[in-house]
Ligand binder design. Structure first.
Ligand code: 13P
Length: 251
């Protein structure tokens, strides 16, 4: 049985003051014990969040990390080893905003994924198609290529300690959610692609859905057989809403 996971990607939001409020709000949430809960604050606030959430079982991750595992001369980057030192346990790899706006491609992301794992971080690999790609009937091809890049380069063993998040680009921050059936179709394809390499690994890996998840639609999405939780953007900035999504995963 896979343990469901609900993770909040705060993206480039927050100030010290608003982060303090969000921490306080999260501390007040009743969280289901069967669900792994995580937040991904901007790196600048990671220590504040880690300290503020002490004693609450919420993991903290980073939204990005360097291609090299260890500290060194790489201006502006933060190494996976530094994230571990700060207390992070997870890192997002290949969020669509980084693929699209920062131009991060599969080759770079393979390195980031490997560097993160080398330091003991759990990578959360984000995959997903644009609206144009969906309309052209290319969803499974695009997602299959993004996933296949890691499998080809690092092997199926890389997914023993990794999470995959399917985030259709057209559903991110738009209020448009993939229907549970649309999401399930892609999740099943992701699991099938992993199963070709190793059925046991495929059964164990958590596949999160992301894209306009709210408390109101979470239960239906999480009820699908291959959806093992969610990666939440906007709604994770509201502690009560995020808590409600976590509780939806617990039911
Ligand atoms: P929204 O929940 O705001 O659509 O964002 C999803 C996302 O990109 C999470 O990584």
């Amino acid at each position: 049985m896979r343990r469901l996971m609900v993770a909040g990607n705060w993206k480039m939001h927050g100030t010290r003051a608003s982060v303090a409020e969000l921490i306080e709000g999260l501390r007040n949430q009743v969280l289901p014990s069967g669900v792994e809960v995580a937040v991904f604050p901007p790196c600048l606030y990671a220590s504040q969040v880690i300290d503020g959430l002490k004693g609450k079982s919420i993991a903290v991750g980073a939204q990005n990390s360097a291609v090299e595992p260890l500290q060194g001369a790489l201006t502006g980057e933060i190494s996976p080893s530094q994230l571990v030192d700060a207390g992070c346990t997870l890192v997002l790899v290949g969020h669509s905003e980084r693929r699209q706006i920062m131009g991060e491609g599969d080759e770079l992301l393979n390195r980031k994924f490997a560097a993160a794992q080398a330091c003991g971080l759990t990578p959360v690999l984000c995959v997903g198609e644009t609206l144009e790609q969906r309309e052209a009937g290319k969803t499974l091809e695009v997602v299959g290529r993004q996933l296949g890049s890691i499998i080809d380069e690092l092997g199926i063993g890389a997914f023993v300690n990794a999470v995959v998040a399917y985030e259709p680009v057209w559903a991110i921050g738009t209020g448009l959610t993939a229907s549970p059936q649309q999401a399930q179709e892609v999740h099943a394809a992701i699991r099938a692609q992993l199963a070709v390499e190793n059925a046991e690994v495929a059964q164990g890996v958590r596949l999160l859905y992301g894209g306009s998840v709210k408390a109101a639609n979470a239960a239906e999405l999480f009820g699908m057989p291959d959806i093992d939780g969610g990666l939440i953007g906007g709604a994770s900035l509201n502690a009560d809403e995020f808590g409600a999504i976590c509780r939806a995963a617990g039911n």
